[in-house]
Design a binder for this molecule. Structure first.
Ligand code: HEC
Length: 149
């Protein structure tokens, strides 16, 4: 009897521990993994490429060329000329029609769960690679756009 009780206790304890570990709200509201957000909190532009590959490349492709009629390109995108709209795009996402380099896209991009440093880093990567030649984006620039709501 004692052995059975002990066994039962262990079984319950193990199940409880297991389910507790699983039910932690690790990733609420974030369509991407927690690693995308953690560990990338400094403004180092070098992080930008890593963030891009993990967060953006699945839609905009590794080289930023996008996918015809589905995901607009970031490579040589005329949309980037408006820095405020570009920052807003990453923070808030969008849905509906959008014209990029003369082509109409009608799709949706979810808001990206990145902090100001991360948005600055990933957009600095976009602006300084992929055939683009924009100035680096600072966290202060991102904060200013975010503050506008
Ligand atoms: C789930 C797919 C998806 C992900 C992930 C995604 N985007 Fe987008 N992105 C889109 C779509 C779709 C549009 C066009 C939205 C529309 O039609 O309103 C877009 C538009 C844009 C635009 C404006 C148009 C252009 O091509 O210049 C920028 C800038 C942009 N995304 C940057 C990013 C960055 C930077 C990331 C990563 C932090 C990212 N996106 C992640 C799908 C995505």
């Amino acid at each position: 009897m004692k052995k059975a009780a002990l066994f039962l206790f262990i079984a319950v304890a193990t199940t409880t521990l297991y389910s507790c570990g699983n039910s932690e709200p690790k990733n609420e509201g974030n369509p991407f993994t927690t690693e995308d957000v953690k560990g990338t909190t400094t403004a180092a532009a070098a992080n930008g490429e890593a963030i891009y590959k993990r967060v953006c490349a699945s839609c905009h492709m590794a080289g930023g060329d996008g996918i015809a009629n589905v995901y607009p390109p970031l490579a040589k995108s005329d949309y980037l000329a408006n820095r405020e709209n570009t920052i807003k795009q990453v923070i808030k996402g969008s849905s509906g029609e959008m014209v990029v380099n003369g082509k109409t896209y009608n799709n949706a991009m979810p808001p990206q769960q990145l902090n100001d440093d991360e948005v600055a880093a990933v957009l600095t990567y976009v602006y300084t690679s992929m055939g683009n030649s924009g100035a680096p984006v600072t966290a202060a620039e991102v904060a200013a756009v975010r503050a506008k709501g």
